[in-house]
Design a binder for this molecule. Structure first.
Ligand code: ZN
Length: 453
C-alpha cells in the first residue's frame, strides 16, 4: 500500500511537474509565437515602408529624370548649317506645369556681341511670357568671301510634348541678321534702293517687309513675307551695292554722300524745277545762285545727256540739289509698250546711280504724258508742275520772270528749262526775289516731305 501510495504520489508529482513544464513550455511557445508575429509585423511594416519609399522615390526620380532627359535632349543647338567658330548661347530648362504637361524652353542663339544680342533677346522675349508651350530657338549661319556672315534665327512654338517630341507647331518666326566685319548690315547695304522698291512693288509688300536672309558666293537670298527670292550676281549685275571685288557694281565714280536738311514747314517755300538737262554752264550757274541763299532745286534730266555730262550731274548731287528722271531720250512714254516705257525710265535711274551712287526718287514724263499703267508700273513718284513759265516758248528773260511772279505761290512747283540761256538770268533774279520774301528753295522731295503731296 505504502508502496503504491508512494508510487501514486510520485506519479502525481511527476504529472504536476510535467503539467507545470507543459504550462511553462506552452507559455514559452506562446511567447515565441508572439515574438515571431512581432518580427513579421515589423518586417511587413518595414517592407511596406520600403515599397512606399521606392514608389514615392520612383515618381520623384522619374520626374527629375524626365526633365533631365528633356533638358539634355535640347541642351545643344543643332550642328546643321552652322559655321564652326560661332559662339553659341544656350539656355535650356524643362518644367512640369500644374496641368502635368512639361514646359520646355530651349534657346540657342549666336553670341554676336552686345548690340546684336540685344536684338536677338527682344526677339525671343515674347516666348518667355507664354508658358505651357514648347519654345525652341535655333539658327543657321553662313559666310561669303570671308567678309559677310549671315544668321537666320528661327523661333518655333509647339502646342505640347509627346514624350520628348514637341508636337503641333503653333508659331514660327524668323530673325535675319547679317553681319559684316562686326557691323550689322541691312538689305540696303547689299542691293540698291531701286531693287528693294521694285521687288516690293512686284510682290505687293512694303519695302521694310523685304528681308535679307543670306549672302552667299553666288548671290543673295531675300524673304518677301515668306516668299524666298534669290538674286544671283550673274543675273542681276546692276542690282548690288556691296563693296566686294567678287560682286558686280554699276558704280563708275565714288559715291556722293548727300546730307538731308531740315525744312521749316511753316515758312513759305517754292520748288524750282529744270527739265531737259544737264546743260553744262547753265546748270552750274543755277547751282551758284542757289548756293548764295542756301537753296536747292530739282533737275529733271535725260539719261542720254547724263552720260554725256557726268561732271554736271555730280555737281548737282554734291550741291545737295536733286537729280530726277525725265526719261532716257525724251520719248512719249504713252506711245511705247509699258515694258519699254519702264525700261526707258530704269535705264536713266541706272545711269544716275552709276555716276553718284544715289537713287532717283521722282520722274517727270516728257510732255507730262503718262497713264495709269505707267504710274502703277513705276516705283518712283510722278511729278508734273504747278507753274509753267513757258520759257521754252518765249526764250525771253523778262517774260520768264513775269510768268513766274504772276503764278508762283507758297508750295508751288515751278517749271523751267536750263537748256535755254535766256532762262538763266531770269532764275537768278527770281531766286533773289523770293529769297527776299522769306521763301525757302526746296527740292520736290523736300516739298513733299514738308507739306505732303
Ligand atoms: Zn522735256
Amino acid at each position: 500500500m505504502s508502496n503504491l501510495k508512494k508510487f501514486l504520489n510520485k506519479l502525481h508529482l511527476i504529472l504536476i511537474d510535467s503539467k507545470i513544464k507543459q504550462v511553462i513550455k506552452l507559455e514559452q511557445l506562446k511567447r515565441k509565437r508572439r515574438i515571431r508575429l512581432d518580427r513579421i509585423f515589423i518586417l511587413i511594416g518595414g517592407l511596406l515602408v520600403c515599397v512606399g519609399l521606392m514608389i514615392g522615390g520612383f515618381f520623384v526620380i522619374k520626374g527629375l529624370f524626365a526633365k533631365d532627359v528633356i533638358a539634355d535632349e535640347y541642351a545643344k543647338a543643332s550642328e546643321e548649317n552652322k559655321l564652326q567658330d560661332v559662339k553659341i548661347k544656350n539656355s535650356v530648362y524643362a518644367e512640369e506645369m500644374e496641368n502635368g504637361e512639361t514646359f520646355v524652353y530651349a534657346i540657342h542663339t549666336p553670341d554676336l556681341g552686345k548690340d546684336v544680342n540685344e536684338k536677338i533677346e527682344k526677339f525671343v522675349e515674347a516666348s518667355k511670357e507664354e508658358k505651357g508651350t514648347v519654345t525652341h530657338v535655333d539658327f543657321t549661319s553662313n559666310s561669303a568671301f570671308d567678309q559677310y556672315r549671315s544668321y537666320v534665327i528661327t523661333l518655333r512654338k509647339y502646342a505640347y510634348m509627346d514624350g520628348l517630341e514637341p508636337v503641333d507647331v503653333v508659331a514660327t518666326q524668323h530673325l535675319y541678321i547679317n553681319y559684316d566685319q562686326n557691323q550689322l548690315i541691312d538689305l540696303d547695304h547689299v542691293v540698291r534702293g531701286k531693287v528693294i522698291d521694285r521687288i516690293s512693288l512686284e510682290n505687293k509688300i512694303k519695302p521694310e517687309e523685304l528681308k535679307l536672309v543670306s549672302i552667299n558666293e553666288k548671290g543673295i537670298v531675300m524673304d518677301a513675307k515668306g516668299k524666298s527670292i534669290e538674286y544671283s550676281y550673274v543675273d542681276h549685275p546692276t542690282s548690288f551695292v556691296m563693296e566686294n571685288k567678287n560682286v558686280p557694281t554699276l558704280l563708275k565714280y565714288p559715291k556722293i554722300e548727300v546730307k538731308k536738311r531740315e525744312i521749316d514747314p511753316d515758312r513759305p517755300m517754292v520748288a524750282f524745277t529744270f527739265d531737259d538737262g544737264p546743260a553744262p554752264g547753265n546748270t552750274e550757274r543755277i547751282l551758284r545762285a542757289l548756293e548764295k541763299v542756301k537753296g536747292r532745286a530739282t533737275f529733271f534730266e535725260l539719261g542720254s545727256l547724263m552720260e554725256e555730262y557726268p561732271e554736271t550731274v555730280r555737281a548737282i548731287t554734291k550741291s545737295g540739289s536733286e537729280v530726277a528722271n525725265h526719261s532716257y531720250d525724251h520719248p512719249w512714254l504713252t506711245e511705247m509698250s509699258l515694258e519699254d516705257a519702264i525700261a526707258n525710265v530704269q535705264k536713266t535711274n541706272d545711269i544716275f546711280f552709276s555716276l553718284t551712287g544715289n537713287e532717283i526718287n521722282v520722274v517727270r514724263p516728257p510732255y507730262g504724258a503718262y497713264n495709269e499703267a505707267i504710274e502703277n508700273g513705276l516705283t518712283e513718284d510722278i511729278v508734273l508742275w504747278d507753274v509753267d513759265t513757258r520759257d521754252w516758248e518765249s526764250r525771253n528773260t523778262k517774260s520768264v520772270v513775269k510768268m513766274a511772279k504772276d503764278y508762283t505761290y507758297d508750295g508751288a512747283i515751278v517749271l523751267f528749262h536750263d537748256i535755254h540761256d535766256s532762262t538763266i538770268p531770269a532764275v537768278e533774279e527770281l531766286i533773289e526775289y523770293y529769297h527776299s520774301k522769306g521763301y525757302q528753295f526746296v527740292t520736290v522731295s523736300e516739298l513733299y516731305e514738308a507739306r505732303g503731296k
